[in-house]
Design a protein around this ligand. Structure first.
Ligand code: T46
Length: 150
């Protein structure tokens, strides 16, 4: 069996890293590393051990998630396929698209998740009901692997 490396996910975005003897610096710029206009930034921290976050989807919102400290796991589901990622580098972002159900688990102690997003906060934009999500997902069609036969 050939030892082929996994295909890199198009959702994983490597950010610039600038290092020198004083330490490292990473950055994001609108419409460059972040493939959408930036309207808001929020961050998640002090997550108790074993706690889960997310478990919802968005109608229109694009996000770039970065574990700026520590690590967490995220599971993505578009109604057709599932993808799992571990974010554990302050120079690696995950592009979370609208129409994808995401669940975040396994937060390490001291984890800080920064999320750069495309619109101001609007609760009406969330899909928190799983049955509603499944209906919308069926109508949307595959998002994570659009070329995969249904
Ligand atoms: C997402 C995942 C990855 C606000 O008032 N303004 C904000 O900008 C945000 C993000 C949240 N809130 C309020 C809404 C809730 O009353 O903060 C409370 C906690 O939000 P939520 O339960 O949605 O948190 P998470 O961690 O489950 O989800 C968050 C984002 O809300 C969501 O967009 O995709 O992180």
């Amino acid at each position: 069996m050939p030892n082929t490396p996994p295909t890199p996910s198009p959702r994983i975005i490597q950010l610039p890293r600038i290092y020198d003897p004083r330490g490292s610096l990473s950055l994001v710029e609108e419409c460059r590393q972040v493939p959408f206009p930036i309207a808001r930034v929020y961050w998640i921290y002090d997550v108790p051990a074993g706690e889960e976050r997310g478990a919802h989807s968005h109608r229109e919102l694009h996000q770039l998630l970065v574990a700026v400290a520590g690590s967490f796991d995220i599971e993505l589901f578009d109604g057709f396929s599932t993808e799992r990622h571990t974010l554990n580098r302050p120079f690696t972002g995950l592009h979370l698209q609208p129409g994808v159900w995401s669940k975040m688990t396994n937060f390490s102690s001291g984890c800080v998740v920064m999320s750069i997003v495309s619109a101001p906060y609007d609760e009406a934009e969330y899909i928190r009901d799983y049955e509603e999500f499944l209906q919308i997902a069926a109508a949307n069609g595959p998002i994570l692997n659009p070329a995969k036969p249904q």
